[in-house]
Ligand binder design. Structure first.
Ligand code: ARG
Length: 408
């Protein structure tokens, strides 16, 4: 009788690395592989083909799991509520998908009685951290294997040679030398010529966005309606958040909006050059911020800025399931109760501009703001207000002057 092998659930993409992982885990670790392909809105030529490839490569089981609705409604909703931009710039697309995928990997491991979970991340990036922190928090008894961190191949050709020797399908045309991760929130492109921070990104790295200079000569307008901080209609047509995301990616992408070229601080201490295209995510964050500006009380709006930064850093660092993130979520959730209304966006040659906003919860009061007829603002109160507002600073300045110090 054949010996019972332990099982390992592998996060599988269909690429060379994770394909080699299947064979390597079998041969080096004597494991049976259950390959899991998460559908999160990434570009692909058919997920069934990827599933078949996993089986051909030797997996005992291969599953395609459509995670998109959950991604939108439990992850990207929070990202939008938090206007989440790591270091004020990066919309966290990879960081957001890892805890979701991890959750499925753990569930599937339980279902199949697998003792191990494996991923194809390198030892240099953030994604390994995010997978592993998530898995450890969800089930600390599961053992994690990171083959790419362990195996002996130093270079891609060495890996390809091993693959050929072991019957793993190797791409015949060496694809563009980039490392890409994408989902409905956007697309990350790194490596190759991008490793030189002085080199401009080649235009062919982008697939979700057109070149801004070649964008339509006519501007495009979109009205996004929000209910409690989540998009619920586009140009008056009610749709799911996920469908609106797809629409926004198409519209903003067509007008060349949403390309980013950044130097980013990785958690592991390395600065890296990262290019992103995030047309839908960035235009929705722009619209959401505009609606918050209209509907959030000033002190809440100001305080939330700091919370947003901490939230983004938590998620970037793989702390999705950590209690601080939960506590921040509770605060952010509370702020969204009245972030309902409509924002009008204009797209034009790589730009996205807010050109209108309205809400039944608008705190904008024309009678208070106007410089015209009908002003109800109490001008007389301003004098006393400023006297008291300046008092502490005035007292300090007086004291410094007496000590001979210039105030400038
Ligand atoms: N730097 C980004 C992050 O850490 C993107 C990572 C993309 N991953 C990849 N395998 N290309 O979230």
């Amino acid at each position: 009788m054949a010996e019972q092998r332990e099982k390992c659930v592998l996060a599988y993409s269909g690429g060379l690395d994770t394909s080699v992982c299947i064979k390597w885990l079998q041969e080096e670790k004597n494991l049976d592989i259950i390959a899991v392909v998460g559908e999160v809105g990434q570009e692909h030529d058919g997920l069934e083909a990827i599933r078949q490839k996993a089986l051909r490569t030797g997996a005992i089981e291969a599953l395609v799991v459509d995670m998109r609705e959950e991604f939108a409604n439990h992850y990207l909703n929070r990202a939008l509520h938090a206007n989440a931009l790591y270091e004020n710039q990066y919309p966290l697309l990879s960081a957001l998908s890892r805890p979701l995928i991890s959750k499925y990997l753990v569930d599937i491991a339980h279902e199949y009685g697998a003792k191990y979970i494996a991923h194809g991340c390198t030892g240099k990036g953030n994604d390994q951290v995010r997978f592993e922190t998530s898995i450890m928090m969800l089930d600390p008894t599961i053992e994690i294997i990171a083959p790419v961190r362990e195996w002996e191949f130093k270079t891609r050709p060495q890996e390809m040679e091993w693959a050929r020797e072991h019957g793993v399908e190797v791409p015949t045309t060496e694809k563009a030398p980039y490392s890409i991760d994408d989902n409905v929130w956007g697309r990350a492109i790194e490596c190759g010529v991008l490793e030189d921070p002085w080199a401009a990104p080649p235009t062919d790295i982008y697939t979700m966005t057109g070149h801004p200079e070649e964008a339509p000569d006519e501007p495009g307008f979109v009205e996004v309606t929000f209910e409690k901080g989540i998009p619920c209609a586009i140009d008056g047509v009610e749709k799911s958040y996920l469908d609106i995301l797809y629409d926004m990616n198409a519209i903003a992408g067509k007008h060349g909006f949403g390309r980013l070229d950044l130097i980013e601080n990785r958690l592991v201490g390395v600065k890296s050059r990262e290019c992103y295209e995030v047309p839908g995510a960035l235009s929705l964050i722009t619209a959401h911020k505009a609606l918050e500006a209209l509907t959030l009380e000033r002190d809440v709006q100001h305080y939330k800025l700091g919370i947003e930064q901490t939230w983004a850093t938590q998620v970037y660092n793989g702390m999705w399931f950590a209690p601080l993130t939960d506590a921040l979520n509770a605060f952010i959730e509370e702020t969204q109760k009245h972030v309902s209304g409509t924002v009008r966006l204009k797209f034009y040659k790589g730009t996205c501009t807010v050109v209108g906003r309205k809400s039944e919860f608008s705190l904008y009061n024309k009678d208070l703001a106007t410089y015209d007829e009908g002003d109800i603002f109490d001008h007389a109160s301003a004098k006393g207000f400023i006297n008291l507002f300046a008092l502490a600073g005035k007292t300090w300045a007086e004291n410094r002057r007496q000590a001979g110090q210039d105030i400038f």
